[in-house]
Design a protein around this ligand. Structure first.
Ligand SMILES: *Cc1c(COP(=O)(O)O)cnc(C)c1O
Length: 498
């Protein structure tokens, strides 16, 4: 099989294989790694229909990670998609209302980040081995809630790796805090920072860019790495479930093989929907890629006008994982839209950094035709949760509700009756307060923990193991630090002097 190379979105002279792209995470010029071409399906869709999740994962991922040995990649997949997930199908397709919800929240932290973060540690270890890197890997992550916990679960007890997560001490929900503070695994470290998420993020970036500190670590046989969503080791595993949902719809008789489907994705950093775009480019019959935003509707404006303008206030919404103004992975889409003209991308990104805005060419706009951009207001999101529950006794979380709300607008506007998959990115149990409030305002008087049981009664769904008795679990992490002390905390954990 031909090797796939990875190149920066901003210049094309550097070419690396997948192992190196995974270990490096981001290019030195600030660009993101993209494959030199998107591999085409070389099996008929009919042949995929009998595959289970792991088999399909191997089929798709082996096309991208071409320098991984077959048995190594299979081992990564087997270790990732195992009984950590509460269902053997890994990503169930649930037909409710007029769509199919693809539930991506059956992993250890009940949010879709598990789909990629359960395999990333294994990919990273294998990649390091392929490159003969014999160092201890230390993963540094700043989190506003979801990513940190999913990364902790993914990396817990992985040999040769330590993971340190910084979170804003007063900036996460009670359930999220308890999920992190009770994390097991001797190699996990959770630190509350007396600051907001931006302070955590900046602190981590400063540590990554501190040459002297990195040199000191290197002397001690330690190397930093990152688990954030621009790593191709997170992007590629997400392509799998779009194929999986398609064959699920074929197998249930919902569609005939070859029919087109729409996909609706609640979007933040543009990683999840980019994976759908990659699946379409590889040959999956997708009609519209429906990009759903909350009130931080930068992407809605972009898709409809060709202008990306981040110069606005970030709003805090009930779908916090989508509260984002710079969708990093969009840069990768731009490369696909302009046939790889790196000069143009670099100019656009410079403009974004310097002026906070850029506008794409008419030619690139044409490439956006397969996308539909919509957004849901807070009120619409609440109403959608209530409406779906009343129609079908099906409880969806706030992010999924944004997606479904946008789908309803799309359908009204276009009268398009193509069969549709809505990507369901979190369990409602992760956002009990907002979801229960949507059903009835009177739930507001209860604590987050009490609401877990109330939600279970209301929905008839057992409390997920991930958060069952979460308030009674043993707290294992109690470090708190000032913003200015993050570096010395890291030094202390990895036992290196500063
Ligand atoms: C991260 C996240 C999203 C956004 O996904 P992107 O890949 O960043 O677009 C949506 N919903 C939930 C629940 C998430 O955790």
């Amino acid at each position: 099989m031909n090797n796939i190379f990875y190149q920066s979105t901003r210049e094309s002279s550097t070419k690396v294989l997948s192992s190196e792209a995974i270990v490096r995470g981001i290019c030195e010029d600030g660009g993101l790694f993209v494959p030199n071409l998107l591999p085409k399906l070389d099996k008929k869709l009919d042949e995929l229909k009998s595959m289970n999740y792991r088999e399909l994962a191997f089929y798709i991922m082996s096309k991208f990670f071409t320098d991984f040995k077959e048995d190594e990649l299979k081992e990564c997949i087997n270790k990732a998609y195992d009984d950590k997930f509460d269902t053997t199908v890994i990503a169930p397709l649930v037909k409710k209302t007029d769509v199919n919800f693809l539930e991506l929240f059956h992993g250890p932290t009940i949010a879709f980040k598990d789909m990629a973060l359960s395999i990333l540690p294994h990919l990273l270890k294998t990649a390091a081995k392929n490159l003969n890197i014999d160092k201890e890997i230390v993963i540094l992550t700043a989190t506003s809630g979801d990513t940190g916990k999913a990364a902790l679960e993914g990396f817990a007890n992985v040999e040769g790796v330590k993971i340190i997560v910084f979170f804003p001490q007063d900036g996460v929900s009670e359930i999220q805090r308890m999920q992190m503070l009770t994390q097991e695994g001797e190699n996990t470290y959770v630190v509350g920072v007396k600051g907001n998420f931006d302070d955590c993020q900046t602190g981590v970036k400063n540590i990554f860019n501190d040459r002297e500190f990195n040199k000191r670590l290197d002397d001690n046989n330690i190397v930093f790495s990152s688990a954030n969503s621009i790593n191709i080791g997170r992007l590629v595993p997400q392509i799998v479930y779009y194929f999986y949902s398609y064959i699920g719809m074929c197998n249930s008789g919902e569609i005939n093989t070859g029919d087109k489907i729409n996909v609706v994705v609640p979007t933040g950093n543009f990683g999840n929907i980019l994976a759908a775009f990659y699946a379409k480019t590889m040959g999956l019959p997708i009609n519209k890629l429906i990009c759903a935003s909350n009130e931080n509707n930068v992407l809605y404006d972009f898709i409809n006008t060709g202008v990306y303008d981040k110069r606005r206030e970030l709003k805090l919404t009930i779908s916090p994982s989508m509260d984002i103004l710079v969708s990093s992975n969009l840069e990768r889409l731009l490369v696909s839209l302009n046939d790889g003209n790196r000069e143009e991308i670099k100019n656009l990104m410079d403009s974004l950094n310097n002026k906070g805005i850029y506008e794409i060419s008419d030619k690139m706009r044409k490439g956006l035709e397969s996308f539909y951009g919509g957004y849901s207001t807070e009120k619409e999101t609440y109403n959608t949760i209530k409406e779906v529950f009343e129609t079908d006794k099906y409880l969806i979380d706030t992010h999924t509700a944004v997606a479904y709300s946008v789908y309803e607008k799309y359908k009204k506007e276009t009268q398009d009756n193509t069969k549709t998959v809505v990507i369901s990115t979190a369990s409602p149990f992760k956002f009990t307060r907002s979801v229960m409030q949507a059903i009835d305002e009177r739930y507001d008087e209860f604590t987050d923990f009490e609401l877990i049981d109330k939600m279970s009664k209301l929905s008839g769904i057992k409390v997920p193991v991930a958060i069952k008795d979460i308030n009674k679990r043993k707290i294992r992490h109690s470090r708190i630090c000032e913003i200015t002390d993050m570096k010395s905390v890291v030094a202390d954990i990895v036992k290196v002097e500063v």
